[in-house]
Design a protein around this ligand. Sequence first.
Ligand code: UDP
Ligand code: MG
Length: 323
Amino acid sequence: MAASPNLSIVVPCYNEAEVLPETLRRLEALLAGLQARGRISAASRIFFVDDGSRDDTWPMIAQAVDAGSPVVGVRLSRNRGHQIALIAGLEAADGDAVISIDADLQDDVSAIEQMLEKFEQGTDIVYGVRRSRGGDSLFKLGSAKAFYGLLRMLRVGTVSDHADFRLLSRRAVDALAEYQEVNLYLRGIIPLLGFRSETVLYDRHERFAGQSKYPLRRMVGLGLNAITSFSVLPLRLISALGFAVSLATLVLGAWILVGALTHAQLVPGWASTVLPIYFLGGVQLIGIGIIGEYVGKLYLEAKRRPRYFIDRIHRRTPDTSER
Ligand code: UDP
Ligand code: MG
């Protein structure tokens, strides 16, 4: 590559005032180091996306900009959730390469240089893959493992043990921006883009400070999005189950008929009458629930509501070190 690339680092932040100073310090040091070695251009910036925080996150970001840090602050009009904050940041970023990373320093900042190396070799997408997950609770580990297993079963193409720590080339970001769905699950969309992709291994750390902003409710929501946005297999399974049950009932009916014709006395079966009713009732309710889940998604997508609004973009003007 001729000139050194402009690197954008996108960091979604929701009530992250506790970790922000340390995150800023580390990312700033990283950018300075890379710039000093001529790896990235002087126009490279860290894009902090404030996802409607209620603490001091935004004032801290704004202050960093005013103090001359290579930072651009993007503030959303309200809290929209991690995935939307991410896409807002990716769309605001202007780099030749864009790296997304969590604000809480769970992702290893030092892996960024390896990602950049792969980018320079012509890779469009570099996934950060967790070699270990030191900082996560047993529950999070177990649920994540089960969830990735389920996704594989449902043939949703995702990269296992990869969160949203990744590098995207300019054309990959532009391609991603064409996916207009409101129910975003980036980890599912990005493998669909194609392009040359590679992985970089890193060790997942503990959250540097503060608490997880992903309560169980949000985790379940993200999981449902992952399944219903990328797989129609649950719907097919329901049809298959219905088909199998109907077939079994036909066979059973034939068997009873034969029994009634050949033996004079048949024991009147309570269980064989009542159990199928309950069973089929349950199957139907599950089926309706699954269909409802998809219909709900259709409803939300059909409205084509805008994904986010930007309240403010705060950057130094004129941005003196711009190319
Ligand atoms: N986050 C966000 N909006 C939200 C929730 C989270 O922008 O509504 C950000 C958060 O600030 C962090 C990242 O998403 O940078 C991941 O969140 P967190 O670390 O709380 O999730 P966990 O690592 O516990 O899954
Ligand atoms: Mg985290």
